[in-house]
Design a protein around this ligand. Structure first.
Ligand code: SF4
Ligand code: SF4
Length: 354
C-alpha cells in the first residue's frame, strides 16, 4: 500500500463500499444506516469490486450499516483479495462468533475494526464493552487478521472515561486501539470539552501504527481543540465512498458529491475530484481521509513530514517513542548525508514499484 501510494497519486488508496445500508442497531449520533434496506446482490458487489480494482484501489473497506448483515460477505471478501486489494471490515461486532471469525480467516480478511462506544449500553449507543467484551476475547483468540478497537469521544456520549477503559481492555488482549472524535451530520467537528481532551491525549499515546491518525499530530490536536486544519482533502481521488446504489461520493458525510455511478468513474474523475477544494475540509474529522492525506504529504515532502510528526509528538509527550517503522524511516530519511542518499534510493524504488 505504501509503495503504491508513493509510486503514483492517481489511484485511490482507500475505497469504502457499502454492501448493505441496514443496521441491527440505531446509535442516535449515526446518519449512515436504515432499518429496511436489502443487501446489494452478490454479482453487483463483485462487479463493483472489479471496477474499484480497475481504478487501482489498494484498500477496499466494507462498511454499512452493518456489513455482517450481508449473507454473502465471505464471498465479497474473497473477491477483494482475489483482485489484489487489502480487505478490511468495519463492524459493530454483534454477529461475531468463533465460527464467523474462522470463516473470515479463511476468506482472507486482512483487517477488522470494531467500534465500541461505552462500558454499559445507554440510550445513545448499544455498542458497549459489556456486550462486546466477549467478542474481543474471541477475536484475540481466533483472528488471524489485524483487529483494531475504535472508541469515540464527544457529542452525546455520557462518560468520556469509558474510552480509556475500552482502549485498555483492547491492549490487555493484544489488540490495537484507536480513538475518534464524533462528528455532526455533515462530517464537521464537535470540539471536545476540556476533560475530554486529556482523555483523548492519553489514548493517543497508546496508538503505535505508523499510519494511525495519532502519528499525524498536526490534525489531531487541532481537532481536539476545535480549531480548523489547513489541508487539502483528496476525497474523490485518493479516497472513495461507494454507496449501496453504486454511486461514488467523497465520504460518508458528503454523500451526493460528486454522486457519479462507479461504472462511469474514470481516472480523469479521480484527478479532477482529488484536486477540487472542499469547503468542509477545515473542520473535517473523517480520519481515514486524513490518513490518505498523510501518505501524500510524505510522498511530497518525506523529511518535512517525518520531522514535523516526531517533533510535535515530543512537544506534548516527552516519553514518546516512535513505532518501529517510523524509526526506520527516520533513520533512512533524516539522519546524516549518506542516509539521505539512501532515502533518495528508497523513494526511487518505492515509486518504481506498482
Ligand atoms: S452500529 Fe454503526 S452503522 Fe449501526 S447505527 Fe451504530 S454507528 Fe450506525
Ligand atoms: S473534507 Fe473531505 S473527508 Fe472531510 S467531510 Fe469534506 S469531503 Fe469528506
Amino acid at each position: 500500500m505504501f509503495a503504491r501510494a508513493m509510486h503514483s497519486r492517481d489511484h485511490p488508496i482507500v475505497a469504502q463500499i457499502v454492501p448493505i445500508r441496514r443496521c441491527n442497531l440505531a446509535c442516535t449520533y449515526c446518519n449512515e444506516f436504515d432499518a429496511t434496506s436489502l443487501p446489494v446482490p452478490l454479482p453487483e458487489m463483485l462487479h463493483r469490486i472489479d471496477l474499484l480494482a480497475a481504478l487501482g484501489t489498494t484498500i477496499i473497506t466494507l462498511s454499512g450499516g452493518e456489513p455482517m448483515l450481508h449473507p454473502e460477505l465471505d464471498d465479497i471478501i474473497r473477491h477483494i483479495r482475489r483482485r489484489g486489494a487489502i480487505a478490511t471490515l468495519i463492524t459493530n461486532g454483534y454477529f461475531l462468533t468463533r465460527e464467523r471469525i474462522r470463516r473470515f480467516n479463511k476468506a482472507g480478511l486482512d483487517y477488522l475494526q470494531i467500534s465500541i462506544d461505552n462500558v454499559a449500553p445507554d440510550e445513545t449507543s448499544k455498542k458497549s464493552l459489556k456486550v462486546l467484551g466477549r467478542k474481543l476475547e474471541l477475536l484475540a483468540a481466533h483472528a488471524t487478521f489485524v483487529v483494531t478497537v475504535n472508541s469515540i469521544l464527544g457529542g452525546p456520549l455520557r462518560n468520556p472515561a469509558d474510552a480509556v477503559t475500552i482502549a485498555e481492555r483492547a491492549r490487555a488482549l493484544g489488540l490495537t486501539s484507536t480513538v475518534g472524535i464524533l462528528h455532526d451530520g455533515s462530517g464537521h467537528l464537535r470540539p471536545l470539552a476540556p476533560g475530554q481532551i486529556s482523555i483523548y491525549e492519553r489514548i493517543l499515546t497508546y496508538e503505535q501504527s505508523l499510519f494511525s491518525f495519532a502519528q499525524y499530530d498536526r490534525f489531531q490536536r487541532n481537532i481536539a481543540l476545535g480549531l480548523p486544519n489547513d489541508w487539502h482533502c483528496r476525497a474523490g481521488g485518493r479516497f472513495l465512498y461507494v454507496c449501496e446504489d453504486g454511486l461514488v461520493h467523497y465520504c460518508s458525510q458528503q454523500r451526493g458529491r460528486p454522486g457519479i455511478p462507479l461504472g462511469h468513474y474514470t481516472i480523469e474523475h479521480l484527478k479532477q475530484e482529488a484536486a477540487r477544494p472542499k469547503p468542509c475540509a477545515p473542520y473535517c474529522t473523517v480520519s481515514c481521509v486524513h490518513q490518505a492525506a498523510m501518505l501524500d504529504a510524505f510522498r511530497e515532502d518525506p523529511r518535512g513530514t517525518l520531522t514535523g510528526m516526531i517533533e510535535r509528538r515530543r512537544q506534548h509527550n516527552l516519553a514518546y517513542r516512535p513505532p518501529f517503522v517510523l524509526k526506520a524511516l527516520t533513520w533512512a530519511f533524516l539522519d546524516g548525508r549518506k542516509r539521505r542518499v539512501l532515502s533518495k534510493l528508497a523513494l526511487y524504488f518505492l515509486r518504481a514499484r506498482s
